[in-house]
Design a protein around this ligand. Structure first.
Ligand code: BES
Ligand code: MN
Length: 455
């Protein structure tokens, strides 16, 4: 049961205490039985925002609740909407965590917990930046709206309808989000683009039941073998996605853009060190930064078939399935990409197995207009906080709602992320440096001041 919100108290707590408290909610949006934790987490955020001086609401959506908060009205000043998410990815595999994922722990000046970086630490930095400004000055430099949702990690499936329904309450001049990375820890970074995403799950069915692999193997098509065969055909030997038509809408990247990426303070050796792989590999003719930032990809996120337990089992599995996602670049559309993939897989499917495809969430790519005056304000705030000019990064991750904000509210989004390259988002031992948290709180104070008078 969620705690009664009247007993939530924030008095005498430090910023770090508040972060630890927020991280203790196991707000995993994809798991239905975590709904009470989701609600409790939303109520905690609402209570904090209310106590900080915001008018707040925990809003019912078609899924997990969203928190909407509004700061004091400041006539003549722009309206800024800050978006973030309180839901987190599942913490599994649990045995690979050094300390339990929902019992935040401080080691080497970093807070370890699921959601520490993605996105609780980052959204809390925004809230605390505003909270401190309100405490110290009694008002804010801009009209401020917070929208904190609970379904980002599952594709923000109900947020479009919510935005449509509450469009008038969400109208704003600009949006700011901290849910992206820094090119290096403490190196200020403004993210210029996000990739889009299209998700699907492929189910293959062969024999009506699992079979003895000695009695039937060799005479019956094995769905696991069929699955790996069609999945192996997602890429060609040059590392390109082999789905016919996949690149039709992909635009060529101007040389100047590629030069900008090459000049970023990120090297191939950095990627190799962070990932621990023997070899970096991908689409031929592109650097790692380009493969991640400006090229589309196909990834297998999960594979299931046959016996996965200890020891051996001579079974010919009845079914096999895979979870796939495609990262998209400007002009590619999730639906069209999924149509093409479905045709490709169907054409390759060996006879003797049936295929069913279930489509998942989709999201459009986003590219920031660098000429927007809001961009200058964001860059100044980053420079004031970190003491150097920010890098302009093209990120490989996706935040599907960002393009929707532009479509539905007509507002651009500034992406000022605080995630360190080794933050381990979505993985065991996710962590957030205390220094990034504190810098984030200062950054958001600078940001609100700069956005009050953009040039
Ligand atoms: N914070 C990430 C997005 C991100 C990560 C952007 C790194 C840029 C760099 C966000 O919470 C996330 O993980 N989004 C999902 C979206 C999906 C589930 C629809 C993603 O990118 O996988
Ligand atoms: Mn995430």
């Amino acid at each position: 049961m969620p705690p009664n919100e009247t007993i939530i108290s924030f008095s005498g707590k430090t910023d770090l205490d508040l972060l630890f408290e927020l991280l203790r909610f196991p707000s995993v949006s994809t798991k239905a039985d975590h709904a009470p934790h989701m609600l409790a987490c939303a109520q905690w955020l609402q209570a904090l925002l209310r106590e900080s001086g915001f008018e707040t609401e925990v809003c019912v959506t078609g899924g997990h609740p969203a928190i909407l908060a509004r700061g004091p009205h400041v006539p003549g000043r722009p309206t800024v909407l800050i978006y973030g998410h309180y839901d987190v990815q599942p913490a599994e595999p649990l045995h690979l965590w050094t300390s339990p994922p929902f019992e935040p722990a401080l080691r080497n000046k970093r807070v370890f917990a699921r959601g520490s970086t993605d996105n609780k630490g980052q959204i809390l930095a925004h809230i605390l930046g505003a909270r401190h400004l309100l405490r110290e000055e009694g008002t804010l430099p801009v009209n401020l709206i917070f929208l904190i949702e609970g379904e980002e990690e599952t594709g923000s499936t109900h947020l479009d309808d919510f935005i449509r329904a509450r469009r008038n309450d969400l109208r704003c001049d600009v949006i700011a989000i901290s849910d992206t990375g820094m090119v290096a820890e403490g190196y200020p970074t403004l993210t210029q683009s996000l990739r889009g995403i299209a998700a699907m799950e492929v189910f293959l069915r062969g024999p009506v039941t699992d079979l003895h692999s000695g009695i039937f193997g060799g005479a019956v098509v094995n769905p696991a073998a069929a699955l790996v065969k069609i999945l192996a055909a997602l890429h060609d030997p040059r590392g390109r996605v082999a789905v016919p038509g996949f690149y039709d809408d992909v635009e060529n990247i101007p040389a100047a853009e590629r030069e900008m990426l090459a000049a970023l303070p990120v090297t191939e050796a950095d990627y190799q060190r962070e990932t621990g792989v023997l070899l970096l590999d991908g689409e031929e003719g592109y650097s790692s930064l380009e493969r991640i930032g400006i090229r589309p990809t196909a990834e297998i996120n999960g594979l299931t078939s046959g016996y996965q337990g200890e020891g051996t089992k001579t079974v010919l599995p009845s079914t096999a399935s895979a979870k796939l996602t495609f990262r998209l670049v400007p002009k590619q559309k999730p639906d069209r990409v999924l149509n093409l993939v479905e045709i490709h897989l169907q054409n390759l499917l060996p006879p003797g197995v049936e295929m069913e495809i279930v489509r998942g969430h989709g999201g459009m790519p986003y590219v920031l207009d660098l000429k927007s005056p809001w961009c200058g304000a964001a860059q100044r705030a980053l420079e004031q906080t970190f003491g150097r000019k920010p890098a302009l990064m093209r990120e490989g991750g996706s935040i599907p709602i960002v393009q929707k904000f532009r479509d539905l509210l007509g507002s651009d989004t500034l992406l000022l992320g605080l995630a360190a390259p080794d933050c381990k988002a979505h993985a065991p031992d996710e962590n957030f440096p205390v220094e990034s948290f504190e810098a984030g709180i200062r950054l958001h104070q600078h940001l609100l001041r700069e956005l009050a008078a953009p040039v």
